[in-house]
Ligand binder design. Structure first.
Ligand code: CP3
Length: 358
């Protein structure tokens, strides 16, 4: 593909239903995609990943391209999300870590001291050439379908680094943030630099939107979020204003943090299933779109239950100035892919507004 054709196809993606909903512009139908749609429930994913370690697969542009396209082909979702992981840029920054199947990211030497923090080096395009290349291949392949780039927010990344792996309580992380705020802010400052650069590489290569995953921010009180976390996420999001692509900001269990996560500099706030979208919109305010929020476990319920939930969420989403339909968190690996395909068709059918697009 030439640079020219990449450019042409990208233009339509940048004005797709998904991007328009993020911008609170009229849409022909409510756009829908699923967090963790790439690689989880799909048999074709399991097959292609059979003999490739997770981090290795993220570093092979052709494989990334194929895995990213699989759910677009299968479900007809309105956006693709780059196949990668939130720890990919952290590994590129020099941290020794791995993604262990069934567990998640595991860090060889958890961050405890200033010397540990200093080992996290700034990154640039040349540290993640495979991401640059995968995005370019994808933008050319996807045509009018927008590609979402993503990164982990400083708090969620810091939690993995300080705990050494997944944590239910985030106890060591909170102990550092309160016990040694200087070290905490130094760590989050470095992670914010890495995250911002990782997102800039994706934007330069042609993504149509970015999502900043602060998946575990819901573990914090609003006061702690505002003091210890928000300044760093805000710096990442502010650093993307010039990029001109919508910025989605998401976390789980963040009902109490929705306003703050919007204030951090998002165009779209992701909402989990605990907060109805009309309530979320009142908390977030009229100048941001919302994304969500079907409980991923309800995809295991009989279809009439799923259908009623989808209709309820679409109705509640009308209270928002823009709505991107999604799950309240990622697709669970055991999910029947057929149900996801049916949800996409139902969202499109119920939300069709052909007259509104002038
Ligand atoms: O469609 C997509 O979302 C694909 C790309 C993607 C992955 N990870 C691939 C992946 C994205 C957007 C992520 C983000 C991610 N990674 C988050 C934020 C989203 C969220 O779910 O809250 C977080 C917290 C991580 C850290 C991480 N990496 C976890 C918790 C896990 C799962 C562990 C497991 O096996 O249950 C991973 C590994 C991972 N990332 C897998 C995939 C497809 C599984 C890897 C495997 O096959 O072993």
């Amino acid at each position: 593909m030439t640079a020219m054709s990449t450019y042409t196809t990208g233009a339509a993606a940048h004005d797709s239903a998904f991007v328009r909903a993020c911008r609170r512009q009229p849409v022909p139908h409510t756009p829908v995609w699923f967090m963790r749609q790439a690689g989880r429930s799909l048999p074709e994913y399991r097959e292609i990943r059979a003999n490739v370690a997770m981090l290795d697969s993220c570093r092979r542009p052709e494989l990334v391209t194929e895995i990213t396209l699989q759910p677009v082909r299968r479900h007809g979702v309105d956006a693709a999300i780059l196949f990668s992981d939130i720890v990919v840029p952290v590994a590129a920054a020099g941290v020794d870590l791995d993604i262990v199947p069934g567990t998640g990211p595991v860090v060889a030497e958890p961050v405890r001291t200033a010397a540990d923090v200093e080992r996290i080096q700034p990154i640039g395009r040349d540290d993640v050439p495979y991401v640059d290349e995968a995005v370019r291949l994808l933008v050319a392949e996807l045509g009018d379908t927008p590609l979402i780039g993503f990164a982990g927010a400083p708090f969620t990344l810091a939690s993995y680094l300080v705990e050494g792996g997944p944590s239910r309580t985030h106890a060591k992380t909170k102990a550092m943030m309160h016990g040694d705020p200087e070290l905490w802010h130094a760590l989050c400052g470095r992670l914010a630099d890495v995250t911002l650069e990782f997102l800039r590489v994706q934007v330069a290569a042609g993504v149509s939107a970015v999502q900043l995953f602060d998946s575990w921010a819901g573990a914090l009180s609003e006061a702690d979020y505002r003091r210890f976390v928000m300044p760093h996420s805000a710096r990442v999001l502010a650093g993307l204003v010039d990029a001109g692509v919508p910025r989605i900001h998401f976390g789980v269990g963040t009902g109490e943090l929705l306003a703050a996560m919007g204030e951090a500099g998002a165009d779209v706030v992701g909402v989990d299933w605990r907060t109805p979208l009309d309530v979320a919109t009142r908390r977030i305010g009229p100048d941001k779109a919302v994304q969500g929020n079907l409980d991923p476990t309800l995809l295991f319920a009989p279809w009439p239950v799923v259908e009623a939930e989808v209709r309820r969420i679409l109705a509640e989403g009308r209270a928002a100035p823009g709505h991107v339909f999604n799950l309240g968190h990622g697709v669970l690996p055991e999910t029947d892919p057929e149900v996801l395909t049916r949800v996409v068709a139902l969202v499109h059918e119920v939300s069709a507004r052909p007259a509104e697009r002038g």
